[in-house]
Design a protein around this ligand. Structure first.
Ligand SMILES: Cc1cc2nc3c(=O)[nH]c(=O)nc-3n(C[C@H](O)[C@H](O)[C@H](O)COP(=O)(O)O)c2cc1C
Length: 240
């Protein structure tokens, strides 16, 4: 059993809440894992060149090329992203867009695998975790758990956080706040978040080692997607 962990934060690993939380989930699995940080990596979004349609291999040459084998070989995923503008950040979005290479001709490389979605925001991390779940759905990967935590918004260290009226420090602590290091949110100091991350890791490990039925999981996630597709078709009919 092998798990691939991805931290989609562009920040250095010692400064990002996403990396910490993804690592906590991975460690709690007590299984073999690989943790890759996208920090410093060049990963562009899908350019719809269709170079992958015949063999399900993306032809764009950037740091995604080296990650492809890790994605294929993994039985489960722990993917985490920071909350940028109430959605997942562009780097993680680009990484997940490139899963398009696996889709063609009913390519089932990822179908029926298991995933944990992690999000970290200056306020809440739920939005990126929900977004990652949507990407898992499109690839018929079951989301076994989602974890959201509060990280350190740059407003705490940019130098203007005490006065800037649109800063998260002001939003959270009120105008004119005097910032001290103990005020800066850190996922490691949020016991409920760390517990949720540990539980997520244990759940993922239990499901993976129980011998998950990939065909059944695929069918279940396809059924979930069918409901969403039907809702979309209904909207489409109303709009014409
Ligand atoms: C461009 C940008 C946009 C952001 N937008 C939001 C936001 O809409 N909501 C929020 O809660 N935090 C927002 N943040 C704060 C980050 O989510 C926060 O710093 C978080 O800790 C980032 O995760 P990381 O520590 O793993 O890098 C934003 C940060 C940046 C750089």
């Amino acid at each position: 059993m092998k798990i691939l962990g991805i931290s989609g934060s562009p920040r250095k690993d010692d400064r990002t809440g996403t990396y910490k939380l993804v690592r906590t989930v991975l460690e709690a699995t007590a299984l073999d894992y690989d943790l890759v940080s996208l920090q410093g990596k060049r990963i562009d979004g899908c350019i719809a060149c269709l170079g992958c349609v015949n063999d399900n291999i993306c032809k764009v040459k950037d740091d995604m090329t080296d990650l492809r084998d890790k994605i294929v070989e993994a039985d489960g995923y722990v993917i985490g992203a920071p909350n940028y503008y109430s959605t997942l950040n562009a780097k993680t979005h680009a990484f997940l867009e490139r899963f398009f290479q696996f889709r063609h001709q009913e390519g089932n490389t990822l179908w029926g695998k298991l995933g944990v979605a992690v999000g970290v925001g200056g306020t809440i991390g739920n939005f990126p975790a929900d977004d990652i779940e949507k990407f898992y759905d499109y690839n018929f990967i079951e989301t076994v758990a989602k974890v959201g935590g509060q990280g350190a918004a740059s407003c705490f260290s940019c130098g203007y956080g005490e006065t800037c009226r649109v800063g998260i420090s002001n939003l959270l602590l009120g105008e004119g706040v005097k910032i001290t290091p103990d005020m800066i949110p850190d996922v490691a100091k949020q016991p409920d978040v760390m517990k949720a991350a540990e539980e997520a890791g244990k759940t993922l490990a239990a499901r993976l080692t129980a011998g998950h039925d990939r065909e059944k999981i695929t069918a279940d996630v396809q059924a979930k997607m069918d409901v969403r597709k039907a809702e979309m078709m209904k909207k489409l009919q109303h709009s014409v």
